[in-house]
Design a protein around this ligand. Sequence first.
Ligand SMILES: Cc1cc2nc3c(=O)[nH]c(=O)nc-3n(C[C@H](O)[C@H](O)[C@H](O)COP(=O)(O)OP(=O)(O)OC[C@H]3O[C@@H](n4cnc5c(N)ncnc54)[C@H](O)[C@@H]3O)c2cc1C
Length: 387
Amino acid sequence: MTFDLTPEQDQLRDAVRALGRRYGHSYFVAKAKSGEHTTELWAEAGQLGYLGVNIPTEYGGGGGGITELAIVCEELAAAGCPLLLLVVSPAIAATVINRHGTEEQRKRHLPGLADGSQKIVFAITEPEAGSNFHRLGTVARRDGDGWLISGRKCYISGVDEAGHVLVVARTEDSSTGKLKPALFLVPTDAAGLTRSKLDMEILSPENQFLLYLDDVRVPADALVGESLDAGLPALFAGLNPERITVAAMGAGTGRYAIERASDYTATRKVWGGRSIGSHQGVSHPLAHAAVQVELARLMIQKAAILYDAGRDLEAGVAGNMAKYAAGEAAALAVDTAVQVLGGAGMTTEYGVATLLGAVRAGRIAPVSREMILNFVAQHVLGQEKSY
Ligand SMILES: Cc1cc2nc3c(=O)[nH]c(=O)nc-3n(C[C@H](O)[C@H](O)[C@H](O)COP(=O)(O)OP(=O)(O)OC[C@H]3O[C@@H](n4cnc5c(N)ncnc54)[C@H](O)[C@@H]3O)c2cc1C
């Protein structure tokens, strides 16, 4: 057993760190405040191959795994640029298409996802269903050789930046008559698909939307996979990469906040010659947050290694635990950083309070801390389900 990265992974980490630092948190904040996107950073990361590290080489990617993509997510966040669309486009969409799409879908979509010229976002959450995906109300009905999709989705990130939305809908299984999930690649400019931007209290260059699908007609080949049977496994395929990469983003954000805070507390002097960091009331909360972030990183590493080894069930447990741990650690780290910076902590200039909304959301999305605790209680501890 080793905790060391391979030389290639080490190089990737250094290179992504250098790219992230060249842009930095002030770039991320300026884009968010002006309502723009991080277009330049995304394009450069794509050209350098960082967005496609987990995509097979035959489709223009780096041929690595979720371990490599988690490194990209963590290092950009650690540089103050936590990009949520990394979780949606290369982690969820590319994995789903690569593992369960048709060869034609792989050839059509993966090269653009790998070089960053294309983004595919993911729409599962619905106003009525919330955390209970079994209640999804978006329905796809056969219409000639295609499909008609109707329903509503909420909080969908990045629709304004994407060419397609991967929509989770229900279809009627002709053999059983029961409704079963299926994934559709719906162009964002499809007739009948409209969106309205949600006002969110998160400082982010990425936006969330309500999506309305009103008899959106898509051709037969918009269905991910060869048949309706691909739906459920395709949906599950996206979950582990989602949890692992969002956890990595949280761990990176935690590292960023702790670094900003410890630089400040090591030099700030208000009681004579000693720095405020010499007071344990200041340094211990920071050290405690650093321990939590480091523990989360260990679990992320374990989950990513299990996932890349094809051990999906074990990766599911570790990925959920990593997501929980990283979500809590990131929120703790940012809140602690704000506190130890005093008034400076609430300024835009010092760049920590700017992350409060994002880390708070990380305890809710893409899966809430309570739903992870439910998962662990039921699947690890064998407890009965209450809902
Ligand atoms: C910034 C952001 C970006 C997002 N991006 C996307 C996206 O790109 N695509 C997408 O599909 N969705 C996205 N979401 C939606 C996100 O996945 C959901 O908000 C999340 O899954 C929770 O669902 P909900 O908001 O409907 O909460 P609800 O299901 O209404 O839950 C409300 C609260 O009750 C708790 N709760 C519910 N059921 C239980 C239970 N059985 N036991 C214990 N507690 C329970 C929840 O944990 C939560 O705290 C995003 C959300 C945010 C905030």
